[in-house]
Ligand binder design. Sequence first.
Ligand code: XIL
Length: 356
Amino acid sequence: MRRRQFVLGGLSAGLGAGALPALARTPAKTAPRAAIPFGAAMRVDLLRDDPDYRRAVLEHCQVLVGEGGLKWFDLRPAADRFVFDHPDRLLAFADAHGMQMRGHTLAWYAGMPKWTEAITTKQAAERALYEHIDTVVGRYKGRIPSWDVVNEAISDNPAIDKPMRSSLWQDLLGTQHIDMAFRRTAAVDPKVQLVLNDFGFENPTGQCRAKRTAFLRLVKELKDRGTPLHAIGLQGHLPGEKEIDREGLSRFVSELHGMELAILVTELDVIDDKLPPDPAIRDEIVASRAQAFLQAIGDVVRPEAVLTWGISDKFTWVPIWFRRKDGLPNRPLPLDANYQPKPLMRVIKAFTGATT
Ligand code: XIL
C-alpha cells in the first residue's frame, strides 16, 4: 500500500518523484505556492468575525487544522450526540480557498467530555473509540486527507517500564489502543494519511532523550506489528529558553524516516515565557529556535507540511499554560498581534520555499 503523502495536488511536482497526493487538488489562485505547504491551527469563529485574521490566513496558508472542533470535548456534548458545525465550516472554508484540512485528533488523553468518565470497561472503551472513528472519519472520508489519529501518547517523563501517558484509552485498552485506532481509521478511509502526533523531542535534556527513546520504541513496535502508520507529527512547541539538540533531533528524525515514515511539523510555536521582555530580542530568539528545529529536520528529510499552532500572537494558546511573569503578551507565532510578519515568518518562508 503506497504510503499516503500529504501534499497539495498542484505542488506534488515540487516535491519530486513519488510524492503522490492522498487527495489531489489544484490550489486556488488565492493560495500562494510553496515547496512545502505551510499552514496553521485556526479558530473557526475568527475566520467569520475577524477580517484581518481571515486575510492573514488567505495570504499565508495552504493547509489548516482546527485548533478545536474535532476534539472530543467540542464534538461530543453527549454520548449519543456529535456536533459537526465547526469542522464542517472549517472544511468549507478550506474547500473554498483550495486549502487542505488536517484532522486533529481522534484519540487523546485531554479534552474529553465529562460523560466519558462513565466509560470504565475495556468493552465500553473499544465500542466508544470505534463508534467515534467510524462516525467522524466516515463523515470526512475523502475530504480530510490527513489525521492525527493518536495524539501525545507518550508520557512526559517516560520510564522503561511505563512509557505511555495515562488516558481513557491507554488505561482501559492498553498500548494496543494505538494499533486499534490506526487500523479502524484506515478501514474507514483507506486513502487517508495516518499520523502519530507528539511533542517534546527537541532539546538536549534527559527528558527529551527519554521521550525520543520511548517514542522510537513505540513506533518500531507499531511498524513491526504492521500497524498502518504513515507519518509522524512533530508538534514543535519549542521552549524558547532551551537550545535545540540539532544532532539528537536529526538522529531521531533519521530513525523515523528509516522506518518509511513521512514527517510533518504540526504545531510549531516558540514558548517565550522565559525569554527577555524586549520584543525585538525575543522575536529573534523565537526565530532562531524555530530555524534550528526546522533545519535539524530538514537536514534529514523534507517535511510534508509545516503548520504553526495559530498564525498571530493575537490568538495563541500559550498564555493558558505559559503566561509571562512580567505580564507581557506572549509572542510565539509568525505574525504579531497586528498581523505583521515577524522574524519567525521569514524563517518559515525561507524553509518552506514560499515565494510570497
Ligand atoms: C490546545 C488548544 O490550543 C487550546 O485552545 C485548548 O484549550 C487545549 O488544546 N497540543 C495539542 C493541541 O495537540 O491539541 C493543544 O491545543 C495544544 C498542545
